[in-house]
Design a protein around this ligand. Sequence first.
Ligand code: DC
Length: 241
Amino acid sequence: MVAIDGPSGAGKSTVARRLATALGFGFLDTGAMYRAVTWHFLALGCAPAECAAEPDQGRARMAQALAAMRLELRDGRLLVDGRDVTAHLRTREVESQVSAVSALPFVRAAMRDLQREVARQGPVVAEGRDMGSVVFPRASWKVYLDAAPSERARRRCQDFAGQGRSVSEAVVLEEILVRDRLDSTRSDAPLRRAADAHYVDSTGLTTDAVVAQLLAIVRSGGPPSHPAGGPAAAPTVGGPS
Ligand code: DC
């Protein structure tokens, strides 16, 4: 188990995917899981902003929707009730709500179970916010991948441009700073660097250079001395599998 945490736009997904390929490990993008749940809540009209006027009722609807939802990870794709939603996960609508959704303890508990179940099936590179600190505290290697906020905003703008959307860097930077604050101040599993995580700053570095640093960390760390942490859990969230 390699656990990679860090803020939005630090390049975790690209680097983690490449590292997983180089090591022959599976790849677990846990942000995509929170995004898929957010997409589902938006599709049902019960995302946090849509329920702001009646938060208790909104939470009950979200809990119900989550319990009935079947989330599957298949070959790097995210399926909600059998529908492949991967292409819908990086929109600004999802981004505007995902921090609020991922702060909900019942959502985190369900995602944690699913993430541990995936890790029980074989070695993985898992990336997110609480991989090394909460979900896999006994991971063999832990990395906290960071980058300057301005560079993270520039990378996100490039992602949006790839989707054919032009968004100002200043607006994206503002959104990133809001998301950083929400992700690092929530009470359940906030974004933070695990005490035993290697700190890597990707500002100004190419993807190749960052992957090389992480490979050096893994290869210098010796063989895993203990299995990744976490009890057994259900293979899918909610609904019949
Ligand atoms: O890494 P990302 O930008 O795809 O993550 C989307 C959101 O999900 C982000 O706002 C924080 C949240 N997240 C989380 O709370 N815990 C994780 N392990 C992964 C992501």
